[in-house]
Design a protein around this ligand. Structure first.
Ligand code: BGC
Length: 425
């Protein structure tokens, strides 16, 4: 009798197990349907980040009402969380239909080199894009003659934003050199105003300050040589940059490690801090979310001693291998790369269009001036945003920066950088 009971119990377990399996296969069936959706993966959520994407998606929906779009954005500035989610999905052969990826090493060293991306040369031909993007940018998204993504924007990373009223009230001029910066910072500090706002809860925000000092001290050419190993990371100019970085950290808000980039920008917006160093997505945030007026409430200049240089960060989207709905992805990429798509997205995002033939009248004075600057400036790919060097190296630099910001030990910082250089290959 006991044995019979046991058999019944075992049979029930089996039935439940089978039922669980069949419901799993239903949900797998669901997943297959899900793949018919156009899943657009980015980290543009929330304040200052999603307005441009929404405008683009609206345009796409108007043009292709039959294509179901899934806006699969993962929150976290500079892709702090999205990049990790993406990596595990790519490893599990479950790529989104298309995903945000920075031009440069992030695309090439991570995904193209691993054979995970489809070339898009045919799309470029079909769309007549051969001469529509700057060659310097095409070079950043190409490997062995193939083009692997479509750039939607060009962001500038070496921008210093400042509160105009704070500067005017204190009779100060925006700093052009590091000497100016420290003079202005002293004057502000003596009045109880935080000179420099920082939000490095996600460490890339501090890495941006450091890379902008590096480019200023080395120049764009030598800055690039740091990432190829031609100039060692314990070079005298890198040390000098670390000293300046250390000094600058003496002028930031005390609670920097608990703020993100938006929270830090708010300090400037409110006049509690005078300046911050951030990419021009901060302008999108100031204008669209905080309703500030460019050149009235806030002003901008290039970060000290980086005039004539352009720290370039370009958001692009590509076509991963193994995606079912290729035709729909290409429709999305087609819109993303069109003048119409770029002029809907960029005025809201704070960036300039990647296309050379976009309509400048759609952009504010910052946008117009930045488009002009881009034509003549020397380009330097951003390290903090994954364009200059492979992800493994960047992760170590971010860790080193994070420690440096609290410990302020230049020698330890330089040796961590030097130790990380093995990951440059
Ligand atoms: C991206 C921008 C974004 C910023 C903050 C950068 O890495 O290129 O599009 O606004 O991060 O999240």
């Amino acid at each position: 009798m006991k044995k019979k009971g046991l058999l019944i119990a075992m049979a029930m377990v089996l039935v439940f197990a089978l039922a669980a399996c069949s419901s799993k296969s239903n949900s797998d069936g669901g997943k297959k349907n899900k793949k018919q959706e156009l899943e657009i993966f980015s980290w543009w959520t929330g304040a200052g980040e999603e307005d441009g994407l929404k405008a683009l998606l609206k345009l796409f929906g108007d043009k292709y009402p039959d294509i179901k779009v899934n806006n699969a954005a993962v929150a976290g500035g500079a892709g702090t969380n999205a990049k990790a989610v993406l990596a595990s999905r790519m490893q599990g052969n479950d790529p989104p239909s298309t995903f945000q990826v920075h031009a440069g090493a992030e695309l090439n060293a991570s995904w193209v080199a691993a054979g995970k991306m489809e070339p898009l040369n045919d799309l470029y031909k079909e769309q007549g894009w051969d001469d529509k993007f700057p060659q310097s940018l095409i070079d950043m998204i190409s490997k062995d003659g193939n083009i692997y993504s479509v750039p939607v924007d060009i962001h500038r990373g070496n921008v210093l934003w400042y509160n105009k009223k704070v500067f005017d009230d204190n009779g100060l001029q925006p700093p052009k050199t590091f000497d100016d910066f420290f003079k202005v910072a002293e004057a502000l500090q003596s009045k109880g105003i935080t000179p420099l706002a920082l939000g490095d809860k996600e460490p890339w925000a501090a890495t941006m300050i450091f890379e902008n000092i590096l480019v200023a001290k080395l120049g764009a050419d030598d800055y690039k040589k740091l990432w190829t190993g031609e100039i060692p990371l314990d070079d005298a100019k890198v040390k000098e940059s670390a000293e300046i970085f250390k000094k600058m950290m003496g002028y930031v808000n005390k609670d920097h490690s608990s703020r993100n980039w938006q929270d830090a920008s708010q300090l400037v917006a409110k006049g509690e801090a005078a300046m911050n160093v951030m990419g021009d997505w901060a302008k999108g945030y100031f204008v669209n979310d905080l309703k500030l007026k460019l050149n009235q409430d806030f002003g901008y200049t290039t970060t000290p001693e980086s005039q004539g240089m352009f720290m370039i960060i370009s958001d692009t989207f590509g076509l991963p291998k193994g995606v079912d709905n290729v035709a729909d992805v290409k429709k999305f990429l087609g819109l993303l790369g069109s003048v119409e798509g770029q002029d809907a997205f960029n005025p809201l995002k704070g960036s300039i269009p990647a296309r050379v033939d976009a309509d400048p009248s759609k952009y504010d004075d910052y946008g117009k001036a930045t488009m002009e600057d881009f034509k003549s400036a020397q380009l330097a790919p951003s390290l903090a945003h994954g364009s200059a060097a492979p992800e493994g190296f960047l992760t170590k630099v971010n860790q080193a920066v994070n420690i440096f910001v609290t410990q302020k030990d230049v020698n330890a910082f330089i040796s961590s950088l030097k130790n990380a250089s093995g990951d440059l290959k």
